[in-house]
Design a protein around this ligand. Structure first.
Ligand SMILES: NC(=O)c1ccc[n+]([C@@H]2O[C@H](COP(=O)([O-])OP(=O)(O)OC[C@H]3O[C@@H](n4cnc5c(N)ncnc54)[C@H](O)[C@@H]3O)[C@@H](O)[C@H]2O)c1
Ligand SMILES: [Zn+2]
Length: 375
């Protein structure tokens, strides 16, 4: 039986991966520090598969991490601090967990006797910055990050949209592929980019296959409904469940690419089992842009509440306007296609969220962001 270790395996995506790995006949270890912001009370979550060998450990703890890794055939590196906004003021922590934690993983693999044959690293669409865009007159371009002021209220769509750098006309957003220049817009995004680069570099140097999967906006059951720093769907659900309106920055017409967690897990299994994936980077998204306003409205309707989202018409520093995946590479090399349409996925997510508590700490986060001049 092949042995797999999943760092961050007690989290949202990692725990689903554990289920799939066990179902596919792997022996699974989870290495996770049960970060209190994700796991209140630092308890092992009920949803964690009972067949998992659970080790409570921190990727920053070299000895413990080394002892955990060496006996495994494959590593999924999912452990990370995951709040985009929070990363802008907890810089040391984000760099420490995400970059130094990854450095530990690679240092262990280079300097210890082990049998690891592949590493799959959870990378992120956030590292792209703005997604690719096109001017109908001047052609395709990679937009620069927007340099807008916080605190100002602007209702005109033109203000928020990406403009052509040549003629100044409003551009349209087009799919972003893996070759696109990375232009990270937050410390979180910088650390995700570094994780990916470090893993690929050391993998190639020492002949350990690495696959980097750039997840887009993953949604599904087990998203932390009490971590107000991450996951727009989870944040909106926590608001709506507590009879508060979802709060939307800008004009709500900014778009993201939402992908059902089960689809993400299939991409991970393909990355593990296909040699064609080795040393490759893949977008893992649906390839379909959806506006934040639409998501908020869909959630209100699906949850049966007559709540209307509140649009602030304000900028939140670190947010991009549009980014959605070009999914041709993963389709071509791994024959991967998403299977769950957004409406069905959201309905399933909501079914699950009725069974768990949701703490709405959004106001607290907003206060923090205001204090740090990020909104
Ligand atoms: N959810 C998304 O939409 C999304 C998008 C892009 C990338 N990702 C990446 O996917 C991975 C999983 O994300 P998720 O959404 O499941 O997040 P999550 O917060 O639910 O899971 C992360 C897990 O890592 C653990 N962890 C945190 N710090 C740790 C440390 N120092 N040592 C050991 N474990 C630690 C946490 O306890 C948690 O169980 C992350 O690397 C994240 O950056 C997620
Ligand atoms: Zn133009």
């Amino acid at each position: 039986m092949k042995k797999v270790i999943v760092t961050g395996g007690a989290g949202f995506i990692g725990s689903h991966l554990c289920d799939a790995l066990i179902e596919n006949g792997y022996k699974v270890t989870v290495f996770d520090n049960l970060e209190p912001q994700v796991h209140p009370g630092q308890l092992i979550p009920d949803y964690l598969n009972k067949k998992v060998n659970f080790i409570k450990g921190d990727v920053r703890d070299y000895q413990k991490f080394r002892d955990a890794i060496v006996g495994h055939d494959f590593v999924f590196h999912f452990a990370a601090a995951v709040g985009v906004g929070q990363s802008q003021y907890q810089i040391s922590k984000y760099v420490d967990v995400n970059i130094n934690g990854t450095a530990n993983l690679l240092d262990i693999l280079v300097n210890s006797k082990h049998k690891v044959k592949k590493i799959i690293v959870a990378a992120s669409m956030s590292s792209y910055g703005e997604g690719m865009a096109k001017c109908e007159k001047c052609g395709i371009f990679k937009p620069l990050l927007r340099n807008l002021s916080e605190g100002i209220i602007v209702r005109e769509r033109h203000y928020w949209e990406i403009k052509c750098p040549v003629c100044g006309k409003m551009a349209i957003s087009i799919p972003t592929d893996e070759k696109t220049l990375l232009d990270a817009n937050s410390i979180y995004a910088v650390t995700k980019k570094e994780q990916e680069e470090m893993c690929i570099l050391i993998g190639k140097t020492y002949g350990i296959p690495v696959v980097s999967l750039r997840f887009f906006n993953v949604y599904g059951p087990r998203q932390s409904l009490s971590n107000p720093y991450t996951g727009v769907t989870a944040i909106f659900i926590s608001r709506i469940k507590n009879n508060n309106p979802p709060v939307i920055f800008e004009d709500g017409l900014q778009t993201r690419d939402f992908i059902w967690v089960g689809d993400v897990i299939r991409a991970n299994i393909l990355a593990l089992e296909s040699e064609k994936a080795n040393y490759e980077i893949f977008n893992v998204g649906s390839g379909k842009p959806v506006s934040i306003l639409k998501i908020a409205k869909m959630l209100c309707v699906l949850m049966g509440k007559s709540i209307q989202p509140v649009i602030t018409y304000k900028f939140r520093k670190g947010d991009v306007r549009h980014c959605f995946a070009d999914v041709r590479k993963i389709k071509k090399l791994l024959n991967f296609k998403t299977t769950v349409p957004l409406k069905d996925g959201l309905a399933r997510l909501i079914n699950w969220c009725q069974t768990v508590d949701a703490k709405d700490d959004f106001e607290k986060v907003l206060k923090e962001l205001k204090e740090k001049k990020l909104v």
